[in-house]
Design a protein around this ligand. Sequence first.
Ligand code: FAD
Length: 402
Amino acid sequence: MKEEIHIFGAGITGLFLAYHHVKRGDLVTLYEENNTLGGVIGTKTVKEGLVEQAANGILLTNDIKFMLDDIGLTPLYPKKASKRRYFFINKKLSQFPISILDGTKLIYTIFLKKLKFHPNLNFEEWSNDTFGLSVTKNIIEPALGGIYGTRCKELHADTIFSKWDGSGTSTIFKEIIKNKKKSYGTVSFANGMGDLVSHLVSYLKPKIKIQTGISLSSISQMENLKGSVRICISLKNLVPILGNSLNPEETPNLLTISTITRFGETRLTQKPCFGVLFGKEEGVRALGVLCNSDIFDGRVKDNFHSETWIYPKLDGFSSEKEIEFILESDRAMITKKKEKAKAIYKTTWEGVFPAYDRNLFLCNQKFDQMETNWKKNGLDIQFFGNYRRGIGLRSIFETTMP
Ligand SMILES: Cc1cc2nc3c(=O)[nH]c(=O)nc-3n(C[C@H](O)[C@H](O)[C@H](O)COP(=O)(O)OP(=O)(O)OC[C@H]3O[C@@H](n4cnc5c(N)ncnc54)[C@H](O)[C@@H]3O)c2cc1C
């Protein structure tokens, strides 16, 4: 039977959810407070090439392949050379920044050590305990910083691995296998990630009702709607709507992220690569850098090289000049020389996603409880987004599948 579904928020979460419900034959209305759809995802074309506003790629799985086919979008596969990934540790670039002994211990931990989360340990403490100091400092800290937009001491293992059994009975290997789906690596599209939004919108427009300029502003507004309600607005805008439903320890800590896309004449590293991740004591303010033109074709014009640098909140630095200075100082740590950029483009997202910490874990427990209480009262209201079961687009696609 056709269900009536009201989706609030037309970022990628709302668009994916609308897509899944259309495939089920449901009657969908999508409400968005802005006049544009896609949320933080979008691609700007500038005279030097493409500038992504948020996500640079999506992890391709069979389900996502099927959806792309359905909406008439061809994935753009990465270049072979982008398989190379670097860590910047002890002021040097390295593809494998730990010793053979530490590598062996890591393999032992993954296959044999029982996985146990500790609510009182932050990710850095838990990781030191589980994997040892060297693996934490040289691999885990840089890798997580680049994905979660902050340092490990601001994160929590049970929030990051929310789908894993951390009760002390399973191993990391077993949990990876349990949750594994065949993946074909990260892909983008000919005109960047904006293509994903525009194709989804073109596909959905004739099949659903889209109402822009409509805001979700209160809990009673959703409780009074006929049909099921799906909340896909950003957590930053959701928290004030929930008023005092969240206790202080359940209130998420929101992060501010800046990305700077830099066009220049020389490559960052001698050989092409996907990018570089930075350890926290390397004197570099950036969390990571993606070498866009080494990853995908069509990102630049006129033989430029394009890089996107990812920064946590840059307190005290605001003018273009100051930001350019930070970027070029960070870059010179790797290249060992000063070079002027052809152009830089900065995007700042205030409170764009939450720290994956203990507060978020408790916040999600509260959301589960609210959903159950609504259900008991005959209401089908659910929360979806990058704060629920994973930050990346692939997780969002999978969790929005009905
Ligand atoms: C810099 C950066 C780089 C990233 N890189 C990657 C990457 O390479 N790969 C990857 O997989 N992921 C990446 N991500 C993560 C991914 O882009 C986000 O998790 C995802 O786009 C979030 O989508 P969303 O729809 O949940 O939220 P949003 O994009 O924030 O969308 C929320 C929507 O709700 C609307 N809205 C808000 N309040 C209301 C209201 N009250 N009523 C109605 N509508 C409302 C907003 O206008 C918006 O359209 C990155 C994120 C950032 C910031």
